[in-house]
Design a protein around this ligand. Sequence first.
Ligand code: ZN
Length: 60
Amino acid sequence: MVKSLISKKPFMPGPKEKKLKYCSTCGNLATVEAHFDVGNGVTMIEKYCGACAEKLDSRS
Ligand SMILES: [Zn+2]
């Protein structure tokens, strides 16, 4: 499956959200929400910590 990065936004759990989110890659606390286009008009959202979010951009 090909994923292409569309955008990244700072991620903060909302006041209603009791559970914290964790990075999909390393399991640290997530601070960034990344939106990917996975084809067929489908957008997938994954959460990452700051360090892993940095690496998303360096991928070609
Ligand atoms: Zn991480």
